[in-house]
Design a protein around this ligand. Sequence first.
Ligand SMILES: [Zn+2]
Length: 475
Amino acid sequence: MALEPCIGLEVHVELDTESKMFCTCPNEFGAEPNARVCPVCLGLPGSLPAPNRKAVEYVIRTGLALNCQVAERCRFARKNYFYPDLAKNFQISQYDEPLTHDGYIEVEVSGETKRIRVRRAHLEEDTGKNIHMPDGRSLGEYNRCGVPLMEIVTEPDFTTAEQVREYLNMLRAILRYLGVSTADMEKGVMRAEPTINWIDRESGEKTPKVEIKNLNSIKSVYEAVKYELTRQHRAWDSDEELFQETRRWDENAQRTSPMRRKETADDYMYFPEPDLPPLAPEPEWVEEIRASLPELPRARARRVAAEYGLPEYDAEVLTSSRELADYYEAVAKLAPDAKVASNWVMGDMMAYLNQTGTDLAAFPVTPAELTELLELLAEGAINNPTAKDVFAKMTASGRGAREIVEAEGLQQIADTGELECLVEQAIEANPQSVEDYRGGKEKALGALVGAVMRASKGQANPRMVNELLRKKLSD
Ligand SMILES: [Zn+2]
């Protein structure tokens, strides 16, 4: 029997609004516990919710970017359940009438494009958190109660863990481009829950669906999906019983374990939220939002590759965030060579950001300043190793490239007379290398070039040194 994997994904994203979903409490991370609450988000008797227009706009923005339809009219619903992190005993969500629906994201894995259908992107509110103390007590933290939360649900269209990973990377990039969320999985701002089972397409037989929770990075989602696919397939092969259940990912053990048998929608007693009228976004407003959408990551990668003549790989890396793409394009528009600019941005600049843990927003070198360095390099005023030194000095001091080169006398030595002198000295001082080279060992030339470069404190023009050495040695 040929089994096929059937994977769907539910993603929750906290929206980056100033206030909460249904009250005016600030939506901010890291405040003192239970200091950002009011009767509305705690659901005290008599309080009434009022929807946050910005949050509605952000879901419409996301829906449009994911090729979804925007509902002309939809409703909020109450999802009823008791849990200590939910002071109201219900969560305001959307059930049979989501704000946006029926879209898709295209992901590319090993050169193949796969369309993943997005069933819906709807709006709800986040719950609080329980903090479990080492002494066995549990504390209630309600600051997160009522934070605007977007839920994005796919159809079970994924067939590999690689597609799931690519989808999450793409979705995160889109959300950040749109500016609707920081989409940081490590901080719980974006949370992904895959649903996994196997299906026999011929007989229609399936393994029961398993949902996985407790995943806090795209990497854990990838590992968990791979693990779960293998576990279910093995169980099927050996006629072991499988259950429809929720399982938890154990990061240390790299395995899933049972958490609870799956609830059904009936368990939640969904009903229309009586305190909120239906939501009917004006069509003009939706069109305004559509017109304000930025160029999205895939489209931008394609354009950047074509416009600046870059390899696909460069274009993808450079457009992985909007800020990085803006930076690169600002340099590429001014710089003498767009590919050299790409090498510097992806190489020295990204290495600096990674090593120092600096945000691009705080990077001390502006695009115009980096361009100045690239111009010096293109003019032949400095060589590549010197350019790397100058770059380090620019990041440390904030001074300009030309200023550093002039103040420190770092100009490349391209004066033939001066170089000839250095070359002769190197030949005299390294008779063994000279003999080796003349005896046919091409590599020996490198040692001589190195000697000249050292004698010039790295400022000789390596190409000219090479030529001069060959000429002198063949005399
Ligand atoms: Zn509140």
